[in-house]
Design a protein around this ligand. Structure first.
Ligand code: ADP
Length: 358
């Protein structure tokens, strides 16, 4: 959000309440990026929105750094009135849900710490007393077994309640890694990925957790599609590092979810600053703040920054996610997990119908 823009827009009177537009909570977004101001206005059926839009446009153009203005109006639909765009999600919504909330964690490429983020968001919620489970669908590099000290598990049993997950720190876990040998990567074809994900979602004995995380494989559309066709998920968290290239990949990952109309719950910047293990002094190894700026530009929530620390890597390798404990990194994950749940609550509200002004 741009403060200067907000201050300018608040001088415009909301016809319904007589307050300023910001004060009257009529704006869902107001950002300036490369000379373009994008303003999201909650439309009100009873008013002349053209007059209001014109007032917004001329107010924004008064700012020196604004060359062009885009006003997006959102119309609140009543619940239970889906748009055409909701069709794939609507079909999945009719299937039984294996958890109260289902959240995918994704990244555009491997190595940005996606699994570390998934494991620690799960740990942060488990620490708060929530019941948490993880489906590790990352066929190319399943690291959840290592992160939870379950590397010795080979194969999964079936009971009369379904496929029996492994369990660590109270978290029920099903991983593609339980089915493949570490040094012999199986060549998965798209339909096999889809089949395995659908089977695990539908047939594992998840125990009705509060949150089921899905650790997504990087960079493939198959898994996103399989999930969208199987269950209505609450949304996706995108992990990235501060570098520009990683952000390009994050954009691609978001694009794949957008194709299946899956809400983006937010971006998390991992390896944001290096915390020196000796003095605690932070240093920006990869630069920092890129993901926050990107989230703002794309209009998605920014969930937080996770520092690069030796403790985090060591605790990950020894199978005890750092967020089960205390300290600055555990706190960073706890804040990100809270922001993620708040974003998931927001995503459950009826989706606005978007109309672009010319
Ligand atoms: P991905 O799932 O994106 O492939 P991983 O979560 O497996 O990545 O992380 C890759 C490596 O980086 C692992 O060795 C992990 O312990 C390490 N790592 C990830 N995030 C951090 C961090 N914030 N600080 C230190 N090491 C990290």
């Amino acid at each position: 959000m741009s403060d200067a823009l907000l201050a300018r827009l608040d001088k415009i009177t909301d016809p319904a309440s007589g307050k300023g537009l910001v004060d009257a909570a009529r704006l869902d977004g107001a950002v300036i990026d490369k000379g373009v101001a994008t303003i999201v206005l909650k439309a009100n059926a009873d008013e002349d929105s053209a007059t209001l839009k014109a007032a917004i446009e001329s107010a924004a153009l008064e700012l020196n750094d604004v060359e062009r203005v885009r006003v997006i109006t959102t119309i609140q639909r009543s619940p239970g009135a889906p748009t055409k765009a909701d069709a794939p999600r609507q079909a999945a919504a009719d299937s039984p849900r294996p958890a109260k909330r289902i959240i995918a964690v994704a990244a555009g490429k491997g190595g940005v710490g996606k699994s570390t983020v998934a494991a620690n968001l799960a740990a942060a919620l488990a620490k708060q007393g929530l019941r948490v489970a993880i489906l590790d669908a990352d066929i190319y590099g399943p690291s959840i077994p290592r992160l939870f000290g379950l590397r010795d598990i080979k194969g999964l049993k079936k009971t009369d309640k379904g496929i029996k997950p492994a369990e660590s720190h109270g978290v029920r876990i099903v991983s593609m890694g339980f089915l493949t040998k570490p040094d012999q990567p199986v060549v998965w074809r798209g339909p096999m990925v889809q089949g395995a994900i659908q089977q695990f979602l539908n047939e594992a004995d998840w125990g009705d957790p509060d949150v089921l995380f899905i650790d997504m494989p990087p960079g493939t559309g198959d898994a996103q599609l399989a999930i969208a066709q199987t269950v209505a998920i609450d949304g996706a968290v995108i992990a990235c590092t501060p570098q520009d290239l990683a952000l390009d990949d994050a954009r691609k990952a978001m694009g794949m979810f957008e194709k299946t109309h899956t809400p983006i719950l937010g971006l998390i910047e991992n390896m944001s600053v290096f915390l020196c293990p000796h003095c605690g002094e932070p240093s920006d190894i990869f630069g920092h703040g890129g993901a926050r700026a990107e989230a703002e530009a794309m209009g998605v929530p920014f969930l937080g920054e996770i520092p690069l620390t030796i403790e985090l890597r060591e605790r990950s390798d020894s199978g005890h996610p750092v967020a089960f404990g205390d300290g600055p990194v555990a706190d960073a994950f706890a804040r990100a997990a809270d922001a993620m749940l708040a974003s998931a609550d927001e995503a459950r509200k009826p989706a606005p119908e978007i109309a672009f002004s010319s």
